[in-house]
Design a protein around this ligand. Sequence first.
Ligand code: GAP
Length: 456
Amino acid sequence: MQELKMEDLVNYCKQYGYIFQGSEIYGGLANTWDYGPLGSRLKNAVKDCWRKRFIQERPNAYELDADILMHPKVWEASGHVASFSDPLVDCKHCKMRHRADNLVADFDPNAHADGMTHAELMQYIKEHQVPCPKCGACDFTDIREFNLMFETQRGVVKDAKNIVYLRPENAQGEYVNFLNVQRTMRAKLPFSIGQIGKAFRNEITPGNFTFRTIEFEQMEYQTFCKEGTDTELYDYFKEYGKQFFISLGLPEEKLRYHDHEKLAHYAKSACDIEYNFCFGWGEINGTHNRTNYDLTRHQEYSSVSQTYLDPDTNEKYIPYIIESTYGLDRTVLALLNEAYTEETLPNGENRVVLKLRPFLAPYKVAIFPLIKKTHSEKAQEIYHELTKHFMVSYDDAGNIGKRYRRADAIGTPFAITVDDNTLENGLVTIRNRDTMEQETLPIEEIASYIQERINY
Ligand code: GAP
């Protein structure tokens, strides 16, 4: 297979109903994308896997569904109003706007741009004559900090008092509900609160498809713990996150840790997991030791005590938080990047096959009546029976080879052909997407055969 280009993946996703350009008929809105019928199935499948690993299988773990809009003081307490910003420069020559740290990092990935101050970034850009990626000039304005939060107004009167923000992360919803969850679930430390939900950031830099968008989904997970147990939990979640990605089908050799040199305002230590996308390494997850910063700040700004009374020792303290955060859109993009395959078959034919693990595939099985006139009735019967168990597609157009190609291209792991043998003996042919091997199976066994192979 030739090296995959992002452009190919974008076209593939559009052609097969995975992801469409946002507001396409109006020419699109930069850095927005809509998930089509297959993309939304894939996204939901990833959410299900995350819920299983993080809520169902971990002890003392609770899911939350907090609102996107929160009291504006939340974002003052969290530090986002003061310092959730990107260092931007404009090219004086072509007027293109860039993130200064990205200019340096793209120019030399070993320059450690993420550890540089503004002055150091500017000095580096001038000394190395870092060019504008659009026009090649090296003539930039000074760095200005640009806050990434989207603001909107609440109510009818437009004034500063009515500003609310679209949350830039899920985490704060989990923090302000720490005591609610702890009390109602009678939870003892360490316990975790997880949430899947939208976040919004006014990103100005180009996105690499769904990698960087202004609206995206996060699967965030906060583990509240006692100071002193934080480092062990931090290491545990770094590894747990990596194993989660491997379990979804990302190969270990295409994953790496990236420890942060420059830490966010809340963090004691931070590490990303990066995946080697077709455009290079990109962050898909972050593990952060946020100390007791967040709850301390919420206590200060809300005047509501955020202390935990340890029932075993009678000690009172504000817990530490280990955060493990997953970008859902980036995870989906990594899975598509990994699964997309172009192959030449032994008969010389080419096929596109999306090698998603079966539990992630939007459709689990495709049903094909061999001859429309003769076999449709039985095929429809089987189709309706199987839809009670999982997502099934039905295709009676074109020859069987073409139908296999279509099912392969969208990643359907199994395909069933209904033919004379089905009518006469109640047997179907089931074909495996990856091996292309075929087996014969009684109709009554199809559901359990597939069910056994689509478990996560
Ligand atoms: N609560 C911590 C937090 O939000 P982050 O590293 O800023 O940390 C967490 O974001 C994850 O969200 C990232 O690892 C990434 O997967 C995803 N993410 C962040 N910004 C994004 C964007 N503009 N578009 C898509 N995904 C994004």
